[in-house]
Ligand binder design. Structure first.
Ligand SMILES: N[C@@H](CCC(=O)N[C@@H](CS)C(=O)NCC(=O)O)C(=O)O
Length: 380
């Protein structure tokens, strides 16, 4: 029997959820290990150079880290019958947009609804966080370790712009997102049509392990956006579910010249929610790169963030952590568009302009972010 892959992660982890769903949908045999165990801490963490999940260990012992890189790894071996990377110019650009926005642009609701409703969530979170705590701590040790881990995550929420001044706006904006996505899913089983793409997997990260699993937002999603909840179930199962009403559209993706209005509406949401943030982050990074122009890029240890920057978000001046990983995802969109022929570029630009997103296509850091030894690094 072939050895299974190993997935190191956590049930409530955003990026583990994305990888797990992909492996399930594509019938890749795997065994999931909680990341708190001794083996992960002693054998895996030193090899990926930091404590981070998800990590996949292949049957021949290779480690792959990062949700997006793991999906790319499986795609290269043809794991999904229908590639999760759409082939047509516009669909692929939209898929990359949601790969970025899903992974990085819905962190405010994901963190708010996890960490700011202790009365409803806390006992569940204490239990779910056992996945990442070392074994054998005993009740007191576990309580202390949870306080430490959750304290870090509460600080991360603030670094994503979730503060008492923004709570109400985070909630309004997430309600708006849910209502638009729910409307879109009345006509289509997945974001871009008949099967899941990198856009769906991007969105699944915040929308399942946090927002459809923690008690407070699960209730909100089930009661206000049932189709979104159904999509989280569909994303997370290996079987194909045929809903004849929804799937009349067929099992292919939308064509480039027939983009549903409900998808355009989601793209406009991305413009309102995320464009000012990613624009400010690119500007900050370019200033940072100028200041560090004398430093050899291979000697820059990037960490998760390079600083904080502020910008206007829905009428609030907020400050968020600038994370080079986001530029790694942004480049996938701009690289794709730059590689298109003239007609393809025009088609993508027309849709992005119509949805107020055209300027995202021209956002660039002066150095590229690549991944080396499982870390983000600047290159020339
Ligand atoms: N870009 C990474 C992000 C992974 C990530 O942030 N994972 C979280 C859990 S969902 C983590 O390991 N956090 C630990 C920490 O930052 O200390 C990926 O897609 O794998």
């Amino acid at each position: 029997m072939t050895k299974p892959h190993l997935l190191y992660g956590m049930a409530g982890s955003l990026y583990t959820g994305k990888v797990r769903a992909y492996m399930r949908q594509n019938h890749i045999p795997f065994v999931e290990h909680k990341a708190g165990g001794k083996h992960f801490t002693e054998q895996i963490v030193p090899r990926v150079n930091r404590w981070i999940i998800p990590v996949v260990e292949t049957p021949d012992g290779e480690l792959v880290q990062d949700g997006t890189v793991i999906l790319d790894h499986f795609e290269k071996s043809g794991a999904s019958g229908k590639s999760i990377h759409p082939k047509t110019p516009v669909m692929r650009a939209v898929a990359h947009l949601f790969e970025l926005f899903g992974g990085e642009g819905l962190l405010r609701p994901a963190m708010h609804y996890r960490w700011n409703f202790d009365e409803t969530n806390l006992s569940f979170l204490r239990d779910t966080f056992r996945d990442v705590l070392p074994d054998g701590l005993g009740p007191e040790g576990e309580a202390a370790a949870f306080d430490h881990a959750s304290g870090r995550m509460r600080k991360a929420a603030v670094a994503f712009g979730v503060t008492s001044e923004t709570f109400a706006t985070v909630e309004e904006s997430y309600a708006d997102f849910l209502s638009r996505f729910n409307a879109h899913l009345q006509q289509t089983p997945f974001l871009l049509g008949g099967y899941a793409t990198i856009g769906d997997f991007g969105l699944f990260g915040p929308l399942y392990p946090h927002l459809a699993r923690d008690p407070k937002p699960l209730h909100l999603m089930q009661t206000t956006a049932p189709r979104v909840f159904r999509w989280t179930e569909r994303m997370n199962m290996p079987e194909t579910f045929v809903d004849e009403e929804v799937e009349q559209a067929g099992d292919e993706l939308f064509t480039d010249n027939e983009i549903p209005d409900t998808l355009k509406s989601l793209m406009k949401f991305v413009a309102d929610e995320y464009l000012s943030e990613i624009t400010a982050h690119v500007k900050f990074a370019n200033g940072w790169l100028d200041e560090n122009a004398e430093t050899d890029p291979s000697k820059m240890r990037l960490g998760r963030g390079i600083g904080m920057t502020s910008f206007d978000w829905r009428g609030h001046e907020i400050s968020t952590a600038v994370m080079p990983y986001r530029f790694f995802l942004l480049q996938r969109l701009s690289d794709w568009v730059e590689g298109l022929d003239e007609a393809g570029k025009i088609a993508v630009r027309a849709l992005f302009a119509e949805t107020r997103l055209e300027s995202i296509l021209d956002l660039k850091t002066t150095r590229r972010v690549e991944r080396k030894n499982h870390l983000e690094v600047w290159t020339d």
